[in-house]
Design a protein around this ligand. Structure first.
Ligand code: AMP
Length: 512
């Protein structure tokens, strides 16, 4: 691979790019095991599109070969994180672990690996890494040895006071192995003066702020915890006598487990040979369930926050058709996250559903010769228009959200080039104006197209005939829960918790 610049640290790259160090550079870039593309700016953009801070977690207690079931659970949760996966298991005498910076089936590529993860207790984690070389240390579960023995944790969500906690601990001499906020939780547990691990975990979690859905593995217990706002989902299920917890219920379906209920906001559930025992140590606060899980992130076949994702997405699409009707020949979706909302739009509008864009699910193995410079390559790698469907048609394209607007702009260009006579863009959520600090990956405020442009300015930028977003009240009225129980900060700019000045997903990395 001579002549290729290997990017080892995405956050550093981002910083450098921001400082215009790299913008003059030419050449090709390899990132992770993913792809090779030409031109530093294209590569930066593509990496930006791939950077996520979103995770899936799974835990099981009381099942033979718990690690195998965890592997399957992680498989079902792969959409929540694809850059790293790991499992920690316990057989009551020893803790075992295996993890790596790849997708689940690549990390656990051989049955022997799972066979070595012995025990009837296991936790697992999928994550999108934010860094290249250093990402392997950040892959979870994180496992430590401390005064009470071994303790592992898998975390979904972002803490909002991680910077100040870490600075304070480092001043006192603490040493950190990772740039992940989850390690802070382990330090806090290890520092606790309480007597047993259940109390130590409670003690630690009372000190952190922000979003956390967590599973811990001790030698003999599975502990599941959710922050008092309940930002990220965490479901509890049963598989015969075993207890299972997972970010989404699609992980229960794959192993035949039955969904029982959600781990409640503010609940710390300790599961061991004595059954399940719950603690509620937090002051009660207003719920702030992440609405973006319903819009984009969760799988449509999951139940989260007590509602079926598919049902909600269809309703969003129907409501969008009511609020923003248009005369057109066909409706197409931006696959896959918009498929269900698009069906809802079609049902309500009566306009025919067509498959006008094909998504390539296998983009991990693309190789492009360095000399070839192809315009809009990142979008073309992912999507291809179906000309026979689009030619001479007035097209409604439904997407779940507009973030930077860059992919959308390229897609629209493709639709026009494929012969669409009119393009009407419909979005099944309101304009995103503020970043998320609770675990959904979003760029900075400046990079969010709707933070500085009006709907009409975005319409012109995207080059569409009409642009229509779903309204905030319209979106909130589609749920069985009270709209005030959701976090809508990305649409309103109003955050349900205080955000530390030094917040953001790269804050612990940028200082290294
Ligand atoms: P853009 O055209 O750059 O605004 O990207 C919009 C696309 O990004 C939509 O198709 C969304 O489904 C998708 N999207 C929304 N949120 C995220 C996210 N957090 N991470 C990755 N993609 C997202």
């Amino acid at each position: 691979m001579s002549g290729f610049l290997q990017i080892k640290n995405v956050s550093n790259l981002r910083l450098q790019a921001q400082q215009n160090v790299l913008t003059q550079a030419e050449g090709s870039i390899k990132f992770g095991s993913r792809s090779y593309i030409n031109g530093v700016e294209d590569a930066c953009q593509m990496i930006e599109n791939l950077i996520h801070e979103e995770c899936g977690i799974f835990g099981i207690y009381g099942a033979k070969k718990a690690a195998e079931l965890t592997y399957l659970g992680l498989y079902a949760l792969q959409h929540r994180g694809q850059e790293g996966a790991g499992i920690v298991s316990s057989n009551g005498e020893r803790i075992h672990q295996h993890k790596g910076s790849k997708e689940v089936n690549e990390v656990f590529f051989h049955k022997d690996i799972l066979n070595k993860l012995k025990g009837n207790l296991a936790i697992g984690h999928n994550r999108y890494s934010t860094t290249g070389a250093s990402s392997s240390v950040n892959v979870q579960p994180l496992l430590i040895k401390y005064k009470k023995g071994d303790l592992a944790v898998a975390h979904n969500g972002n803490l909002t006071n991680s910077y100040s906690l870490r600075i304070a601990m480092e001043k006192e001499g603490s040493i950190f192995q990772t740039t992940s906020d989850s390690e802070i939780i382990l330090h806090l547990v290890a520092r606790s003066k309480k007597d047993n691990v259940e109390e130590m975990i409670q003690d630690a979690l009372l000190k952190v702020k922000g979003a956390f859905s967590l599973v811990f593995c001790t030698m003999d217990s599975l502990v599941a915890a959710r922050d008092p706002h309940g930002f990220r989902p965490l479901a509890l299920g049963r598989l015969k006598d075993a207890w299972v917890v997972a970010s989404e219920t699609c992980a229960f379906d794959i192993i035949g487990a039955k969904y029982e209920r959600d781990i409640q906001p503010g609940e710390i559930a300790v599961i061991n040979r004595n059954g399940i025992k719950s603690y509620f140590p937090f002051k009660s606060v207003r719920h702030a369930f992440c609405i973006f899980e319903f819009i984009y992130f969760a799988r449509p076949d999951s139940i989260i926050f007590g509602d079926n994702v598919d049902k909600i997405r269809r309703r969003l699409g129907r409501q969008l058709a009511k609020e923003k009707p248009v005369n057109a020949d066909i409706v197409i979706s931006v696959p896959d996250s918009s498929n269900t909302a698009t069906l809802g739009y079609c049902e309500e509008s009566g306009i025919k559903y067509e498959v006008g864009l094909i998504r390539n699910h296998y983009i991990g193995r693309t190789f492009i010769e360095p000399e070839q410079k192809i315009r809009d390559l990142d979008a073309r790698i992912k999507f291809n228009p179906v000309r026979g469907v689009l030619k001479d048609k007035k097209v409604v394209i439904v997407d779940d959200s507009i973030v930077r607007g860059t992919t959308s702009k390229k897609l629209i260009k493709m639709l026009r080039a494929a012969g669409a006579t009119e393009v009407h863009f419909r979005v099944s959520s309101p304009p995103i104006i503020s970043p998320c600090f609770y675990g959904i990956d979003m760029p900075t405020k400046e990079e969010l197209v709707a933070s500085s442009k009006s709907v009409d300015q975005i319409r012109k930028y995207l080059d569409v005939n009409t642009l229509g977003y779903l309204s905030l009240p319209g979106m909130l009225s589609m749920h069985s829960l009270d709209g005030r129980d959701f976090c809508v900060a990305c649409f309103s700019g109003k955050y349900p918790t205080k955000i530390e000045a030094n917040s953001g997903k790269y804050i612990l990395e940028n200082r290294c």
